[in-house]
Design a protein around this ligand. Structure first.
Ligand code: MN
Length: 716
């Protein structure tokens, strides 16, 4: 693209744009990058220019376009912040500086640092959202040219970061096109075979039906016209990544995916949207539970549309989104569509809902540890929304899967902390019940109630989780002190040493604690090992080689480290339930049994049997649980009874890093045969990846994770 073309593109949507400034930035960046080249062999300047072009598609203001042109100058050329400031002023210098700092964050570094970096990222974004817009455009262009990067590890890291951080962020600010393209490019790098397989199956589906998409769109358009509605109707197949995501997360197989084809109906007014909906429902039977009205209750990112699914003209399910042109713009461009020229998005009282979640995050930033923060923001980024009402009719929007506890905390911390029960639409429900769209929720409270550790297992909002943890941190401390003292007593006794309050007080400093109680509490919560305290009190213990050997044995290092569970204190023995095969990533509960603690998944039927919830222990996977060595998952696979089916399954599992160590055929007939496979995986995400890869394979009819003890009972 040439200089004049860039200026023309901006002028087309902003006739008053400062042409001189654009030209100046163009020349400045071109000179600054001089003879640098990209991995593709193109002159480096082609990159900032493409980034600027992406942002003109989003019709962004001149300062943003200029920032795009200059975005790599501070990092990659001799230009400094002061140079940019002298030439382009404060506003642009700060934007460029913001983008530079974002680019320097390593979001895929070690866990703690990653959390801290993510926090910095959020702060940078909240100070001026344009920094994120430029960064997203930068990432999009880098992803489009990813194939030129020679090192596979580097390509992979960039693709993972894009999939896990930048694509969800783009979605959160309502830029669906950007999100979809980023996801799909990352998918092509990370799962090339699965992507090809999905694309092939989509092509086959479309081929088998002729131009079905075109025919259905025509029919819809004609019916609307008969009722005097002038509409623009078009259909498209879902992006491969979004199909992949569905296959991974839902217990669904390819054929069962009803909404591979989606249609958009774009009409003139909001009123027409409802009229069009009426026409669709009159002519084609609607599918229950698929109707959503995001016009009367928009999503938090500002998205508005009516969604419905009908049994379409060709007798199969068709998903339809109905919206006005304006809603369409917002749906495609998100934050960028709300842009008002020469105004800072930061301005308070902005009606723009796209920022509500940012405010929530800043709120969380102030009360969470960095790691909790990362967990919270990741979780809340992936969730869809449900809308519920208070008895007075106030609207509370929550992530999908939210429970009355989430609802209570969304109202107020005190309400959450004193919740004992809930009524949904007038009926008493258990507190873990997921809320549904339109539910009216009444929270029942008593002063005596305090948050239960178990709540953490089923809440989904970052806020509820943070508040529950905060409360428990205080409440648990007393318990930890007591528990820690008992552990130390035992450790000291075993070594024939005496535990005195004074001795512990004396070594508190050395152990980075301020008083004896803190030492007990640390031991009680498992953060400090009893032997460390013993060694602090009796340093000679350390010098004894025999004992050192024992100590080393007590804490194995390296890969063989046992899977770590948070919430269990040192010395408690535990094992993973053979009934449900929990994987790092599953939500888990510990069950106290005479043989020790057994870890179950939250939905395991064994938990239902243990009615006495006093025996339930609040546990979660440790930070490094997935690195503790493989876990075993059992999967029930049904394949076509054809040559090569079994081999195909085995190679899909192996290609995705799963280690098969057991297999049992459970059912065999002329059409298909069915077997269970025990696979060693790192964690839940790893298993989901394998399940997804199996589901896209044409030999496979169905794949399900098995949680029961007796597999033949399931198959039969
Ligand atoms: Mn760049």
């Amino acid at each position: 693209m040439r200089q004049t073309e860039l200026v023309d593109r901006v002028k087309a949507y902003d006739p008053d744009a400062d042409e001189d400034l654009l030209n100046k930035a163009y020349v400045y960046a071109m000179k600054a990058h001089g003879k640098q080249f990209r991995a593709s062999g193109d002159p480096y300047f082609a990159h900032p220019l493409e980034v600027a072009a992406i942002l003109t598609d989003l019709k962004l203001d001149v300062a943003t376009i200029v920032t795009a042109l200059l975005h790599d100058t501070i990092e990659d050329t001799l230009a400094t912040y002061d140079d940019i400031k002298a030439n382009f002023g404060d506003e642009i210098a700060n934007l460029v500086d913001g983008v530079t700092k974002l680019s320097q964050l390593e979001l895929f570094s070690e866990r703690t640092k990653q959390a801290e970096n993510f926090r910095k990222l959020m702060l940078a974004i909240t100070s001026d959202i344009r920094v994120l817009l430029v960064k997203l455009a930068d990432r999009l262009h880098n992803m489009r040219t990813l194939q030129f990067i020679p090192k596979p590890e580097k390509r992979r890291r960039i693709a993972e970061e894009t999939r896990d951080i930048y694509a969800p962020l783009a979605g959160r600010i309502g830029m669906q096109n950007m999100r979809e393209e980023l996801e799909d490019l990352a998918f092509a790098e990370l799962n090339p075979e699965e992507r090809i397989s999905i694309v092939t199956r989509l092509q086959r589906l479309e081929g088998a039906s002729g131009d079905r998409i075109g025919r259905i769109a025509d029919q819809i358009k004609r019916k609307l016209a008969e009722h005097g509605l002038d509409a623009w109707v078009y259909g498209r197949a879902k992006r491969p990544f979004s199909i992949w995501r569905k296959l991974q997360l839902k217990q669904l197989n390819f054929e069962a995916l009803s909404d591979i084809f989606g249609f958009r109906v774009i009409v003139r007014t909001e009123d027409d949207c409802y009229r069009a909906l009426g026409v669709l429902h009159q002519n084609w039977q609607m599918v229950p539970d698929r109707f959503k009205d995001f016009i009367s209750t928009p999503k938090t990112n500002g998205y508005r549309s009516i969604h419905t699914t009908v049994i379409g003209p060709e007798k199969q399910r068709v998903e339809v989104q109905i919206r006005t042109q304006e809603m369409h713009e917002v749906a495609e461009r998100g934050v960028a569509a709300h842009w008002r020229y020469r105004e800072h998005v930061r301005s308070e009282g902005d009606e723009n809902r796209a920022y509500e979640w940012l405010r929530d995050m800043v709120d969380l930033l102030e009360r969470d540890t960095a790691e909790e923060f990362l967990e919270n923001s990741r979780l809340s980024m992936y969730q869809d929304q449900v809308f519920c009402f208070t008895p007075k009719g106030d609207l509370i929007s929550l992530p999908r899967g939210a429970t009355p506890i989430d609802f209570a905390y969304a109202l107020h911390t005190d309400i959450g902390n004193t919740t004992v029960g809930a009524k949904v639409n007038g009926v008493h429900v258990p507190l873990h019940t997921p809320l549904r769209n339109g539910d009216q929720v009444e929270i029942i409270r008593t002063k005596e109630q305090t948050p239960s550790p178990l709540w953490e297992q089923f809440v989904v909002t970052g806020r509820a989780r943070a508040e529950i943890r905060r409360f428990l941190r205080h409440a648990q401390r007393d318990e930890h002190v007591k528990f820690g003292r008992n552990i130390l007593k035992k450790v000291f006794e075993d070594e024939g040493a005496e535990l005195t309050e004074k001795a512990i007080t004396n070594v508190a400093k050395k152990l980075h604690q301020s008083k004896a109680d803190d030492v007990y509490a640390e031991v009680g919560r498992g953060a400090l090992r009893g032997h460390e305290v013993l060694e602090a009190v009796y340093p000679e213990f350390k010098k004894d080689p025999e004992r050192r050997k024992q100590a080393a044995f007590a804490e194995p290092k390296g890969k063989k480290r046992p899977i770590s569970i948070r919430g269990l204190t040192e010395g408690i023995s535990y094992h993973l339930g053979q009934c449900c095969h929990p994987l790092p990533g599953d939500r888990i509960v510990g069950l106290l049994t005479p043989e020790g603690v057994v870890i179950h998944t939250i939905d395991c039927s064994e938990l239902e049997k243990a009615q006495n919830t006093d025996d339930w222990l609040d546990v979660s996977w440790g930070m490094h649980a997935a690195e503790g060595g493989p876990s075993v998952a059992r999967v029930l696979v049904r394949v076509k009874n054809a040559t090569g089916s079994l081999a195909a399954v085995m190679s899909v599992i192996a290609n995705n890093g799963g280690n098969i160590f057991n297999m049992k055929v459970t059912n065999r007939n002329p059409l298909y045969f069915e077997f269970t496979v025990d696979i060693e995986v790192r964690d839940l995400a790893h298993l989901q990846n394998i399940l997804g890869a199996l589901r896209v394979n044409t030999a496979v009819e169905s794949v399900d994770r098995v949680r029961e003890k007796d597999v033949s009972a399931v198959a039969g």
